[in-house]
Each structure stands twice: as structure tokens, then as C-alpha cells.
Design a protein around this ligand. Structure first.
Ligand code: SF4
Ligand code: SF4
Length: 279
């Protein structure tokens, strides 16, 4: 993970910053000599929405997807859990989804695969150096796509690769991962790491947490919202982000029911009364 931090630093300091109008030349197709070479031995960080797309594509639960196809490396420098696509245990360490004709999950491929050869660098929430989000070009040495003659602007590439569908959820997730609170602490305590992991990455487990526990007895979630999040993974993920803002950062994104607040107040008052009687 230190290598990734180093790469981030190099990108910030040395890579040319591209805007949506910046041009580049690139084409990837089955005729290039490097076809499928990049779909092996690579760190692909999965976003929460990537996991929803892939687990639904494969027709499995998020828990099964996570245990079968991902790793979540621990690193003390990481402020929150991350999920990386697990490469196959073969000589090439190929992606589990690569086939002879290319990506077998192409229409649901992860955000990072869609973006390549572009990357996106985002400043932290408390960044006061006037850093702005920018695109950069990742020119992997094996990649022959840069020798092709197709011209793009960054904006055209983003449209062509269907990246807009990922943007809203990506922005909401960034609101969690780049939050000031996370920058100020050493790391989240284990129970909050678990909550982060469940709400962000293990959507089916999060659904059980909301619907099969006393959650809806304690929190005020209106009936329309309950109906929406019951069967819709994307709506549930948006709700999960609100829950993380509430449970990790103490923001008022979710309301506790008045009856729960009243009974908590009564419980505290009773404890204080007993304590004063003892003294
Ligand atoms: S998900 Fe598809 S595009 Fe991405 S590395 Fe795997 S095979 Fe390649
Ligand atoms: S290395 Fe580049 S050109 Fe070759 S398959 Fe991968 S993205 Fe396409």
C-alpha cells in the first residue's frame, strides 16, 4: 500500500493535469498485440457501486462476491477499509473475468477498468492548498493502445465508457472517504470499520441489518424510503452512505425516533436518581 501512496504523490507532483477538453490518442481493440495483457496482475480497487454491478451480473450475494473475488488488505496507514479484485491463482495472475475475447463482464466492468487509460485525482475535504480534482493519463509501458490513431478528449472518453452512471454514487462515496473527520483521526475503531465495510461493500448484509434487526424501530425512516431501499441496491447504498455519515461522523443524516429518545432520557434520569440516592 505504501507503493500506492508513493504513486499518488508522484501523480500530484509530476503528472500533467487534464481537463474534460484535454486531447489524447488511444484505442483498445482485439487486434492490438497486448490484447488482454492489462487484465492480469493488477490492483483494481472496487467501489461500492462496482460490487453491486458485479454481484448482480454474476447472480450472487455481495457476501459471496466479496469472499470469492476480492481481498481487503489491512494497512495501518489506511483510514478506511478498501476492497481489491482478487486475481486468479495462475502464472499470469489473470483477472477472474478475462476471457479469450476480452472482458466477460464488460457492460458491468469496474469503474477503474472503464477509466483506463485515464485516472482521476481528488483532493481531501480539508485540503486548503486549492487543489482541484483533475484527470491524468496512465501510460502503462505494455499498452500499445497509445500507438493507435483514434483521438479523444477526456470528456468524450468519459461519455463513451459509460462513466457518468458511476459518478453520483462515486461522489457520495468520496464524501465519506475524504471526510474531514477521517483525516483528523489515526483510524476508525474496529466496530466502525465493520460498519463501514458492511454499509459500503456488503449491501446484502446491510439490508439484513436494516430489515432484520430493530433498526426501523429505532430510526425514523419514512414509508416511501423503506419501500425504495427494500429491493433496490442502489437506493439502499445511498441510504447506507447517509447511515455512515450518521454513525461514523455524527451528522444528522438519520433521525432517531422520538419514542427512543424519550425512553433513553428516562433511562439516564433513572440512573442519575439512583446514583444520587447511593451518595
Ligand atoms: S474486470 Fe474486465 S476489464 Fe477489468 S481487469 Fe477484469 S477482465 Fe479486464
Ligand atoms: S494494454 Fe492497453 S491496448 Fe492492450 S488490451 Fe490493455 S488497454 Fe487495450
Amino acid at each position: 500500500m505504501r507503493e500506492i501512496e508513493k504513486l499518488k504523490e508522484t501523480i500530484l507532483k509530476e503528472y500533467p493535469r487534464l481537463t474534460e477538453d484535454s486531447p489524447f490518442t488511444f484505442r483498445c481493440h482485439s487486434g492490438v498485440s497486448c490484447f488482454n495483457e492489462c487484465c492480469a496482475d493488477v490492483n483494481i480497487f472496487l467501489t461500492p457501486y462496482d460490487i453491486i454491478r458485479l454481484k448482480n451480473r454474476l447472480g450472487i450475494s455481495s457476501g459471496e462476491f466479496l469472499s470469492k473475488h476480492t481481498i481487503s488488505p489491512f494497512d495501518e496507514n489506511l483510514k478506511y477499509p478498501i476492497v481489491i479484485l482478487k486475481m486468479s491463482d495462475n502464472e499470469k495472475k489473470s483477472c477472474p473475468f478475462v476471457g479469450d475475447d476480452g472482458c466477460t463482464v464488460y457492460t458491468d466492468r469496474p469503474w477503474a477498468c472503464r477509466m483506463y487509460p485515464l485516472g482521476l485525482a481528488s483532493p481531501k475535504e480539508d485540503d486548503d492548498s486549492n487543489e482541484k480534482e483533475f484527470y491524468f493519463l496512465l501510460e502503462e509501458s505494455i499498452c500499445q493502445g497509445f500507438k493507435e490513431d483514434k483521438k479523444w478528449t477526456v470528456g468524450e472518453w468519459i461519455n463513451d465508457q459509460g462513466i457518468a452512471e458511476y459518478t453520483e454514487l462515486g461522489e457520495l462515496f468520496k464524501g465519506i472517504t475524504l471526510h474531514n473527520y477521517l483525516q483528523e483521526i489515526e483510524g476508525l475503531p474496529p466496530e466502525k470499520v465493520d460498519m463501514f465495510f458492511t454499509a459500503a461493500y456488503n449491501i446484502d448484509k446491510f439490508r439484513d441489518f436494516v430489515f432484520k434487526s430493530s433498526f426501523l424501530e429505532k430510526f425514523d425512516v419514512d414509508a416511501d424510503r423503506v419501500a425504495k431501499i427494500k429491493d433496490d441496491d442502489v437506493e439502499l447504498l445511498k441510504f447506507g452512505f447517509e447511515w455512515l455519515r450518521f454513525s461514523l461522523y455524527g451528522e444528522k443524516t438519520i433521525n432517531v425516533k422520538n419514542s427512543v429518545l424519550e425512553s433513553k432520557k428516562a433511562e439516564i434520569a433513572e440512573k442519575m436518581r439512583k446514583k444520587s440516592e447511593e451518595n
